[in-house]
Design a binder for this molecule. Structure first.
Ligand code: FBP
Length: 551
């Protein structure tokens, strides 16, 4: 990269703010440990799967630790989808390792976890790190979604680390990648290989959070970017007064992104998948709800509005959930045969002839495009690729059909002209907000402290995030503590528990009390672009989710 924008240049010299415990003494911290911990669910099964790493204590850092550490060689890998701030985790890690001992070295493994098995790496020097400080993207070393799951892969990782003298591996990833980190830590301990593994909580989706992890990095920046775009569309809708905009938002299964964006922008309608599941709402009922709001607004002369649709919605609609579960099992059991089918008709026929009565009926009722999108390859972790299913278009079609029916009966007036959008990739590589820049840098520091203190099987963590950075509390959370058993690719597996939107939580409750007003009037809010320089109430505001959850 040679040409740089003025913002890129100005941002390079931003010095991320650190929690007080690091600001005073750098990474030389004292370790405070809790008692034995338990996994969030399925304790017996998780304990049996991770006998060496189960039950580790929680760690918080305090001032007054050792003042010297030996040099250490560390590997870092970025895993899964991009999230703003990844480069700052790496720069925080680098700076802390160098502060610990200037002879420490950081190796960046390329293209995600496969870099570790294939031994593709580059040494991260000060010059390389400086070029990426406070920038978005994962391009410093690239990312990938390879799942580390077989002993052969683990042996390869160990062999490659040993050859370079690497003592610790930092995996920066989401729930699935941190599940990999946990499995790897357990394997290395079991084999007594002396290689530590530390995870870092990354994902724009916001679903890697729990009692200990307040938010994953990237959620703050991504939701601010989407909220800016939604606000712009709201203003366009309100100016032209002729379109209904249906916006699908990334976020995988959980609706955290849609909820946060709704709180920031007050759209006309927002669907929250978790509520749909709780109310057992069918696709038809959802279309009815949207059509009713459209018809009511038409009566008031408002043939326009903005609808937010979380990308994972399809998995939460009861009849679709049953269909997807059966498809997952069917495709996992017949993977090779299904992939050998060349023609679409043969694939559809195979699926139709193997599905049970209910799922088969649901499948047949879907438009052809959606049927094919549901049959696309699962990701390496067995997840349906919801970003590729055009749920927003399905809702537009169904709502339109209903409105035409009502129109024919003379029950509604007005026009239903639509535009569809999908916001996802637009937000994943944005320059990190001040919050994400600071948070990620602190996570990198925390990972280095865990390594220097010979910990393994931990996720680097920073708490008290709704307060200014100086008051943040860094430490480590045992990876096993976040695990439960889930069905993947037709089998039960120990995985980190995804956090879905809590319908009893403050963010959803706030949304639920306000949405009626937003549907009937024009309550749009226009957040505008992320600001990096300026007054703290504009530049340093955390997400509303974090703010409301910490009250
Ligand atoms: P992870 O952070 O869990 O890896 O996923 C982030 C994400 O952006 C999801 O919101 C989205 O469904 C998925 O990645 C898209 O995957 P891909 O980048 O492979 O298209």
């Amino acid at each position: 990269m040679t040409a740089q924008s003025p913002l890129h240049k100005a941002r390079a010299s931003y010095q991320p703010r650190l929690p007080a415990v690091f600001a005073g003494n750098g990474p030389f911290v004292a370790i405070q440990e809790s008692g034995k911990t338990e996994s969030v669910a399925d304790q017996e099964a998780i304990c049996a799967a991770f006998p060496h790493t189960y039950g580790l204590p929680l760690i918080t850092f305090d001032t007054g630790g050792a003042s010297e550490f030996p040099a250490v060689k560390v590997a870092v890998v970025l895993s899964g989808g991009q999230a703003p701030g990844g480069h700052n985790v790496i720069s925080g890690l680098y700076d802390a390792l160098k502060a610990i001992n200037e002879n420490s070295e950081l190796y960046g493994f390329l293209g995600g976890p496969s870099g570790l098995t294939d031994n593709h790496y580059k040494v991260l020097t000060g010059d390389v790190i400086d070029a990426y400080r406070n920038t978005g993207g994962f391009d410093i070393i690239g990312s990938g979604r390879t799942k580390l799951e077989t002993p052969e892969q683990f042996e390869k990782v160990a062999e490659n680390c040993r050859a370079l003298g690497i003592q610790a591996v930092v995996i920066i990833g989401g729930d699935d990648s941190n599940t990999n980190a946990c499995v790897l830590a357990e394997y290395f301990l079991n084999k007594n290989l002396g290689i530590q593994v530390i995870g870092c909580p990354k994902t724009i989706d916001g679903d890697l959070k729990n009692e200990q992890i307040e938010t994953s990095f990237g959620f703050d920046t991504a939701t601010k970017v989407y909220s800016e775009l939604i606000g712009n569309i709201e203003r366009d809708a309100n100016s032209a007064k002729k379109y209904w905009h249906f916006i699908k938002l990334m976020g995988r299964s959980a609706s955290h992104i849609a909820l946060e964006c709704a709180l920031q922008t007050h759209p006309t309608i927002t669907i929250i998948s978790e509520e749909v599941a709780a109310n057992n709402q069918t696709l038809q009922q959802m279309a009815q709800y949207i059509a009713t709001v459209v018809a009511d607004r038409a009566k008031a002369g408002m043939d326009f509005g903005v609808v937010l649709v979380p990308e994972g919605l399809i998995e939460f609609i009861p009849e679709m959930k049953a269909l997807i579960a059966e498809l997952n099992e069917l495709l996992a059991e017949n993977d090779a045969y299904f992939k050998s089918l060349e023609y679409t008709d043969d694939k559809l026929q195979f699926v139709n002839s193997h599905l049970g009565a209910g799922p088969s009926q649901t499948f047949s009722s879907l438009p052809g495009d959606i049927q094919l999108q549901l049959l696309m390859d699962r990701d390496p972790h067995g997840n349906v690729q919801v970003s590729r299913i055009e749920t927003e278009k399905l809702l537009i079609d169904m709502t339109g059909d209903l409105l035409r029916e009502w129109h024919a009966k003379g029950n509604v007036s007005g026009k239903f002209s639509t535009q569809s959008h999908f916001f996802g990739y637009e937000g994943r590589c944005a320059a990190p907000s001040n919050f994400d820049a600071d948070y990620c840098y602190s996570l990198g520091y925390a990972a280095a402290c865990l390594i220097a203190n010979e910990k393994t099987g931990y996720m680097a963590a920073v708490k008290n995030l709704s307060q200014p950075a100086g008051e943040w509390s860094p430490g480590g959370v045992p990876l096993t503590m976040m695990m439960n058993m889930e069905r993947r690719k037709g089998k039960d597996h120990p995985v980190i528990k995804k956090a879905l939107v809590n319908l009893e939580g403050a963010p959803f409750k706030r949304f639920a009390t306000e949405r009626g007003k937003w549907a009937n009037g024009n309550e749009f809010v226009f957040p505008g672009p992320i600001q990096y320089f300026g007054p703290p109430e504009v530049c340093d505001r955390p997400t509303m989710t974090l703010e409301l959850e910490s009250r």
